[in-house]
Design a protein around this ligand. Sequence first.
Ligand SMILES: Cc1cc2nc3c(=O)[nH]c(=O)nc-3n(C[C@H](O)[C@H](O)[C@H](O)COP(=O)(O)OP(=O)(O)OC[C@H]3O[C@@H](n4cnc5c(N)ncnc54)[C@H](O)[C@@H]3O)c2cc1C
Ligand code: SF4
Ligand code: SF4
Ligand code: SF4
Length: 282
Amino acid sequence: MKGTICCEEKCTACMACANACPKNAIGIGVNKYGYEKVVINDDKCVDCGLCTKVCARRMQIERHSPIKCYAGQSRDAEKLKRSASGAAFQMLAEIVLETGGVCYGCAGEMINGEYRANHIRVTNVDELQSILNSKYILSHIGTTYQQIKKDLENGKLVLFGGTPCQALGLKSFLNHEYENLIIADVICHGVTSKTIFNDYLREIEKEQNIIITDYIFRDKKAGWGSNFCYSYYENGDKNKIKIKRFPKEGGSHEIHYLRGDISRENCFSCEMSNTNRVSDFT
Ligand SMILES: Cc1cc2nc3c(=O)[nH]c(=O)nc-3n(C[C@H](O)[C@H](O)[C@H](O)COP(=O)(O)OP(=O)(O)OC[C@H]3O[C@@H](n4cnc5c(N)ncnc54)[C@H](O)[C@@H]3O)c2cc1C
Ligand code: SF4
Ligand code: SF4
Ligand code: SF4
């Protein structure tokens, strides 16, 4: 598409367009405020129009209202600690994996000093750990929807976990109902950007003379509540790994995130902030 697919303020970065592009011409860049934005490489684009056809902000995908609402949480105290909330996603994922299916969800990791969130494919319970718990930055979808389509067409049971706008992106890309697809989305008030979050980590490192090695957005080891936590090398010494838990109100990034001050622009006009969803479970 020579030009834009949908306006930047409305684009959720769900990447349905990128997954549909036959020329691999769509990628992710950063706008002047530090938020991810969709970028089209005009040299690769052949103007076929496929990206606009699947754009999640343009497609009319059928939504449905909740049929029933249940309250529940895992009875396994260890499993409960690994998830941000009651571990419903974890329990659902275990059933899918035990029956030979695959799960897709957001994994966060520190690579070369930068915290990144990406959607990944998981095929066993050991790998499942990485896609549990909330990461409050935009999760990069990469080629996830293409991989899911392949799995579905190979007859695999697939569980996708993500934000409601990513669930919509997946449905828009597939544009077909599959009996072997389960979509679980989260209640979501917004995501912030990788750049802004990493700037925050750099500030902590500078202030405290530490090197941050990992970050957990909802650490339940010290109980329920907003216990954001990071591990770090003191004075850069790799033999001294320490853990710092924030008090319930969190550090400045968490405060601004939870208040909605640093959400992506499109989150303020989110069409999924209601009970009408495309997912099977919320
Ligand atoms: C970005 C975001 C915003 C949220 N906002 C609210 C809110 O406003 N109110 C509220 O009550 N709860 C909110 N939550 C919490 C969410 O509702 C809980 O994560 C949910 O209850 C699932 O809990 P769980 O214990 O079943 O699973 P968990 O193990 O905690 O969650 C795992 C699931 O979360 C997905 N996930 C984690 N991070 C991301 C991400 N960055 N992008 C896409 N998917 C992700 C994983 O793919 C997986 O499907 C938010 C979560 C996220 C990720
Ligand atoms: S018009 Fe076609 S080639 Fe160009 S970016 Fe869109 S899908 Fe890719
Ligand atoms: S498909 Fe998703 S990422 Fe692509 S332009 Fe539309 S909203 Fe943005
Ligand atoms: S608030 Fe809406 S647009 Fe923003 S990440 Fe959540 S589902 Fe997507």
